[in-house]
Each structure stands twice: as C-alpha cells, then as structure tokens.
Design a protein around this ligand. Structure first.
Ligand SMILES: [Zn+2]
Length: 142
C-alpha cells in the first residue's frame, strides 16, 4: 500500500500473519478486528475484538469512560482489549499511536474506524494519532 507510514504497513503484515489463528478459534463467520499500539516505532501490544460473548472488562471500561453503547452491549472491541493490555504497563499518552485494522474472511481490509465510544476513550487517554482501514480497504487517519 502506498503513502502509509511504516507502522501501518507493519501492522497490516502482522494482522495477516495472525489471521489464520484467529480464524481457527472462531465458530462462525465474523470479521476480525485488530488494534495495534506503537510507540517510538515499536509495536508494544495488540488487541483483538471478541463479539462471541459479553465481557466483564468491556463493561468496566465502558463505565470508566462513560460509553453508553458499550454499557448496553459490553462486547470487547479491539481497542478496548488493547488499552486493557497496556493499562498499568506503559504510559498511555500522545506518543502512543494506534493502527486499527479489520480483515474479512478473505483477508481483505475493511472498515475498522474506531466507534464513537472507543474514539472518545482514546482521546480521553491523550491518544491523538490513529490510522484505520476504511470500507473500501484504504487507510485513513485522524
Ligand atoms: Zn469500539
């Protein structure tokens, strides 16, 4: 893919690399959402969505950040899974960059724009650089 930062390219490679394992663990067709955290050019951790069952961490997180939709439907979003892993391990601040990617069953990039709740939580944490794949498979950023 042209004109995307190296961390996005690397994230796409990793998502494709982990896809078969993620796919094998799922029972029915779903898309696969990965969120990668980068700091100073190093990938520090990644998260994955889990919409198979409601998740206690997702509920706690939703309450902490006042995310109404996720209090109602506390399924783990990739960004929430990621923030949960980073929490207490690294300083989450504006140096953290997020790459959010979704792969369909054919391993094509599709819409991974962070939802309102995750966007709000990220900005409350001071994370202001996010790249994500859009519905057409292109990379967007904010
Ligand atoms: Zn979300």
């Amino acid at each position: 893919m042209k004109n995307v930062p190296k961390i996005v390219d690397e994230s796409i490679k990793m998502a494709r690399c982990w896809f078969p394992e993620a796919y094998a663990r799922r029972k029915k067709y779903q898309t696969f959402h990965f969120a990668f955290a980068w700091k100073r050019g190093t990938m520090i951790d990644f998260g994955q969505n889990n919409i198979a069952q409601p998740h206690a961490a997702a509920l706690n997180f939703a309450r902490m950040f006042g995310i109404r939709d996720q209090i109602k439907y506390p399924y783990l979003h990739a960004e929430v899974d990621l923030i949960g892993k980073l929490w207490g391990n690294i300083v989450i601040d504006r140096k953290v960059k997020i790459v959010s990617l979704r792969l369909n069953v054919n391993e094509e990039l599709c819409n991974a724009k962070p939802c309102m709740g995750c966007s709000s939580a990220l900005s409350q944490l001071g994370v202001h650089r996010v790249w994500y794949s859009d519905a057409a498979g292109y990379i967007q950023s904010w």
